[in-house]
Design a protein around this ligand. Sequence first.
Ligand code: GDP
Ligand code: MG
Length: 355
Amino acid sequence: MTIKIGLVGLPNVGKSSLFHFLTRKKEGTKIANYPFATIDPNHGVVLIPDFRLEKLGKYWQSEKITHSTVEIVDIAGLVKGASQGLGLGNEFLSHIREVDMIWHVLRCFPDQEIIHVEKSVNPIRDLEIIQLELISADLQQAERKLGKSKVKNEKTQKEKEICELIKKNLEQEIPVSQLGLSEEEKQIIKGYNFLTNKPVLLLANHGGNETEIAKLKDYAQQKQLTLFPLAIKLEKEMEEEMEKLSNEEKQELGWQSVDFSVLTGKIKQLLNLKTFFTVGEDETKSWLTKKAMNARECAGLIHSDIQKGFIWVEVHKYNDWLQFPGQKNWKGLTKKADYIIEDGDICHFLFRKKK
Ligand SMILES: Nc1nc2c(ncn2[C@@H]2O[C@H](COP(=O)(O)OP(=O)(O)O)[C@@H](O)[C@H]2O)c(=O)[nH]1
Ligand SMILES: [Mg+2]
């Protein structure tokens, strides 16, 4: 299971600059406090660090401590009319459909040299353009589903009713995420992958432009959206300058690189991710679950053999373990395949090798 974040925005807002800035380290290099790395030109990884993992790894004297990751994808720019096929319209929209979370990259920097497709700097307008495209694409999706739907039983009746509700709201420009759908309703429409149902983070590329940031902050607060301001170009240039200095010189200047822990924390929170752990002398590792996943499904994240041959899982709760850390052989709780794994579970899977 790969969890994906998509960088979305108009052309020339700084998506690729952000992608390169974040993923400037190659995968496999030792990532100390830096949670990003590249996989290929458009795909990178973001580490979701967990302080509990370090503690567990130390206790088990693990050779390797592996933090869980999510993927970040640089999606090429959307333009007005994309939902009608303009630009590379539908192709881009289909890339967005595949991601679990959208980062709207918003241009707040002026710079006359860099063409703005909408001719002026106005990040709120830009965001609304993109959101309107996503709403239009979802509206088409809802209409398609309704066109095809045949009511055969209670389930298909319910499906039709939800689609009608979604369509009515999208027509009023209300995104699916704001409809307060029940868990059951969310399950029914899960396969439709509505674009406006995905968690959103606003990433303001501000280049030092405080006025736009202040306006965006108000807007984000009003709409209950999460905002992360970052002066991508300035930070990159600063970092390049700082690389020329010694540690003492850096300290003297009081320079600090961007603290990304807030951002990785937001990813976990907005995606409602849970973490479970596997421990051992070879490797101690954290794993992310996207939804309520049972023990058998979680075993499958590790290896399909463990899922297929699943017998049971022995679980230690991290908070309980903290109180008894000296007892390596301390017996945990034995849980069956349908047990829903909780955040902080330390899992030891027992399985039978199948031929
Ligand atoms: N002046 C200025 N230029 C920027 C900033 N961020 C990005 N750019 C420039 O804007 C242009 C477009 O950036 P890019 O990341 O390719 O945008 P994308 O189309 O959204 O991927 C490039 O020439 C960047 O160097 C910034 O904060 N200030
Ligand atoms: Mg780009």
